[in-house]
Design a protein around this ligand. Structure first.
Ligand SMILES: [Zn+2]
Length: 153
């Protein structure tokens, strides 16, 4: 709360409390502040420096977000990370069970399959960024999978 010294058009001075400086400005602009002596709504601030209620420290800490709100925000993040990790572990298991590992020959093998030079099957292996880009440009269907180490469960 801030106490402002106000003055009406007929130079009556009076004091009024506002939630903050912004609220004071808004209420003065909307002419919702009335002079208690004559009822005039042509009111402006008499003093530039407002007096602030309570200690300044108290005012500052009131503006900080409450601690529980921060903790609540943190929780969903950790849940999401766990779900994502489980999901990736699952993808890895699926790929390992259903695809042939071709190591760094991945780009070569992917092309052969794409152009029908070898049997159509699922494969997995390593490819460089450039190989990955080239495959995409050729229209070869590949997916980049974040590979989690198995032990890190
Ligand atoms: Zn007045």
């Amino acid at each position: 709360m801030i106490l402002y010294q106000l003055r009406c058009a007929k130079e009556h001075e009076f004091e009024a409390w506002f939630k903050d400086g912004q609220t004071c400005e808004r209420q003065l602009a909307r002419k919702t502040v009335e002079c208690p002596s004559c009822g005039s709504r042509k009111v402006s601030k008499a003093l530039m420096a407002p007096r602030i209620s309570g200690s300044e420290k108290k005012q500052q800490s009131a503006n900080l977000p409450a601690k529980p709100a921060v903790d609540e925000n943190r929780h969903p993040m950790s849940v999401m990370a766990t779900t994502m990790r489980q999901h990736l572990q699952e993808i890895r298991s699926q790929v390992e069970a259903n695809c042939d590992y071709v190591g760094d020959k991945f780009a070569e093998e992917a092309r052969k399959i794409h152009y029908g030079e070898t049997e159509s099957r699922g494969i997995y292996g390593e490819a460089t960024d450039q190989e990955h880009q080239e495959l995409e440009e050729e229209g070869v269907e590949v997916a980049r999978i974040p590979w989690l180490p198995r032990s890190d469960a």
